[in-house]
Design a protein around this ligand. Structure first.
Ligand code: GTP
Ligand code: MG
Length: 599
């Protein structure tokens, strides 16, 4: 028996996975609490820190009571569900975290189902018991029922439950007797999660993840399934398409703390990184050179959504970005394909446009945001869900959605979702909150979040995940309000804005530069209107100077990238530069646009 435990931390988004991993690393001396940055140690890239979510799964390890614990932190957002499914292949057990107030949510069900199917042993952690009005016992029962309904084995159903508050740094066997440490959880891991089995035989490893290093390039990450692997060994890479490639292992890594440790050999059961296996993809098997044997390939998630990525051809192009040509964008997308498994890119009939397929708005917007930080300029079209033809019938992706909202708003929420072809499945009261479960077409979810927050005073918490394809549910009414479009290229004048306040809500502020055809606001009526926002007060009428300063203008609406992507209409683009996010009509010229609309 090796002194190792391989665990993955899984949960719905925000239920506290990374906070707990951080606490495990601190409790076992990998990190002193005072060394901790303001944000989570494990969420270590800029986007993760800014958004407070995990985007990429990560490996870390620590040692407790002489046992090495390999920990895989996973993202909770449903766009990254495919990645969670894959990395579970490296684990023998999971910590299933569930928020003691929210209980099991759509993504809890998804990740738990995958863990159960793989036969992993679960430890249930009811987290956030410090929250007011939480119901740890009820949530524990719900998790049991969920596991039962997902077909868990007798052994899996015999899971231990630990209660606690990752944030406050304690775990306990009983939520009513808080402790001041997480030892009860660490002890349970050693006791309950089995040590990995040593499989006798020739070398076999499934590549389940990859990491980039500026020194050594792409590192293949996976769990040694059988036998051993050594530096200098010749191996065969078995690709998913059946082809074979010989290569030599240049370097081997184990995970140690938050970093990597170079080693000479790795035995079955360990999670490791390989350097030297050229041209690998996730899902390939690294195998013995004489007796190549492939492991079962892992499922690769199909894209559910697509967007057009185009070069920036707005009148303001190239003012802020370093990379603006179609060559730049094409090369960058190609590079991304090497590491972003759920992504697909297709050429279009225009050399300046690409169709990019992904797992959802967040998945694609993370790529766009990364590109803009690297200095790219581009334009992106409205996200489109992918329909499927099944037996001659048009089918569309359907998602299960849970909305948690104050009781008084539940009517509004139901109304909003049913107009988007959603179907109410269940409604439950929890204190003064109502929990609503729906099935909704993915189409109906695009753009819903902002609307719902506005309708519920920012109260509603919604989450959703893809469940499958169903016959098309019929047209959904489009956004009611038209766009306010700038007539001219120039500077926004406070005077003009003031005069136009009753036309709708604006996305621009005085002194900002705009161009003709730019979408500068949302009309209070349906149908687009072109307005002149660059008009100053006629000089001849100007009596007192500074009259412009006195106007009272509502502050502009500022969209995040995701909001902008979900907001635009079919004939609009989001223009993205390192400094700006602008909305625009694809056809800037008013007459040309009208002619096109007629056709
Ligand atoms: N009240 C309370 N808040 C907690 C607790 N644990 C974590 N949080 C908070 O919950 C939020 C989300 O925590 P994370 O650790 O980022 O959650 P996560 O599950 O890793 O989220 P994703 O990786 O994005 O799915 C943060 O604001 C934490 O401070 C807890 O025990 N009690
Ligand atoms: Mg996290």
């Amino acid at each position: 028996m090796q002194k190792i435990r391989n665990i993955a931390i899984i949960a719905h988004v925000d239920h506290g996975k990374t906070t707990l991993v951080d606490k495990m690393l601190i409790a076992t001396g990998q990190f002193a609490d005072h060394e901790k940055p303001g944000s989570l140690i494990m969420d270590n890239n800029d986007l993760e820190r800014e958004r407070g979510i995990t985007i990429l799964s990560k490996n870390a390890s620590t040692v407790y009571n002489g046992v090495k614990i390999n920990i895989i932190d996973t993202p909770g957002h449903s766009d990254f569900g495919g990645e969670v499914e894959r990395v579970l292949n490296m684990a023998d057990g999971v910590l299933l975290l569930v928020d003691a107030f929210e209980g099991p949510m759509p993504q809890t069900r998804f990740v738990l189902q995958k863990a159960i199917q793989l036969g992993l042993k679960p430890i249930v952690v009811i987290n956030k018991v410090d929250k007011q009005n939480c119901q740890p016992d009820l949530v524990q029962e719900q998790v049991f029922d969920l596991m039962f309904s997902l077909g868990a084995s007798e052994e899996q159903l015999n899971f231990p439950t630990i209660y606690g508050s990752a944030k406050n740094g304690w775990m306990s066997n009983d939520w009513q007797t808080p402790s001041d440490n997480i030892t009860p959880l660490l002890d349970t891991i050693l006791e309950y999660i089995p040590a990995p089995k040593y499989n006798e035989g020739t070398t076999q490893m499934l590549i389940t993840a990859l990491k980039y290093s500026s020194y050594v390039g792409r590192i293949a990450i996976g769990r040694m399934h059988r036998g051993e692997i050594k530096v200098g060994q010749t191996v065969v890479l078995m690709k998913r398409d059946g082809s074979l490639k010989r290569s030599k292992i240049k370097e081997l890594f184990l995970f140690e703390g938050l970093g990597r440790k170079s080693v000479q050999s790795v035995a079955s059961g360990e999670i490791c990184g390989l350097v030297g296996v050229d041209g690998f993809d996730i899902g390939d098997t690294v195998s013995d050179a004489e007796n190549p044997e492939a492991l079962d390939p892992i499922s690769i998630d199909e894209p559910t959504m697509s967007m057009t990525f185009a070069i920036n051809d707005s009148p303001f192009f190239g003012k802020e970005g370093k990379f603006v040509t179609s060559r730049h964008i094409k090369d960058r997308l190609k590079k991304e394909l090497e590491r972003n498994l759920a992504l697909k890119v297709e050429d279009t009939d225009s050399a300046d446009k690409f169709r990019v397929y992904g797992r959802g708005v967040l998945h694609l917007s993370v790529l766009i945001e990364t590109m803009r930080r690297e200095g790219y300029e581009l334009q992106v079209g409205q996200p489109k869900v992918l329909f499927k033809d099944i037996d001659g019938v048009k089918n569309e992706p359907i998602e299960e959605m849970t909305v948690d909202v104050a009781e008084e708003f539940s009517g509004k929420v139901i109304d909003m979702i049913t107009t988007r072809k959603g179907e109410l499945l269940n409604m439950e009261n929890k204190g003064d909150r109502t929990i609503l479960d729906f099935n909704v077409p993915s189409r109906g979810i695009i753009g819903l979040r902002t609307k719902m927050l506005t309708a519920t005073n920012g109260e509603a918490v919604m989450s959703h995940r893809f469940v499958g394809y169903e016959p098309f549910k019929g047209e959904i009414e489009k956004r009611q309000n038209g766009s306010l479009i700038s007539m001219e290229t120039g500077q926004v004048f406070a005077y003009a804005l003031d005069k136009l306040q009753d036309r709708g809500r604006f996305f621009v502020a005085p002194t900002q530069k705009v161009y003709a055809g730019q979408v500068i606001g949302e009309s209070s009526k349906s149908g687009d209107i072109v307005v002149n926002i660059c008009k100053s007060k006629k000089l001849t009428n100007m009596r007192a100077s500074g009259a412009d300063d006195k106007v009272r203008i509502a502050p502009p609406i500022v969209f995040s990238l995701e909001e902008a992507l979900e907001y635009i209409q079919e004939d609009e683009y989001v223009e993205i530069t390192p400094k700006c996010i602008r909305l625009r009509k694809i056809i800037l010229d008013e007459i040309a646009r009208k002619r096109e609309a007629k056709n």
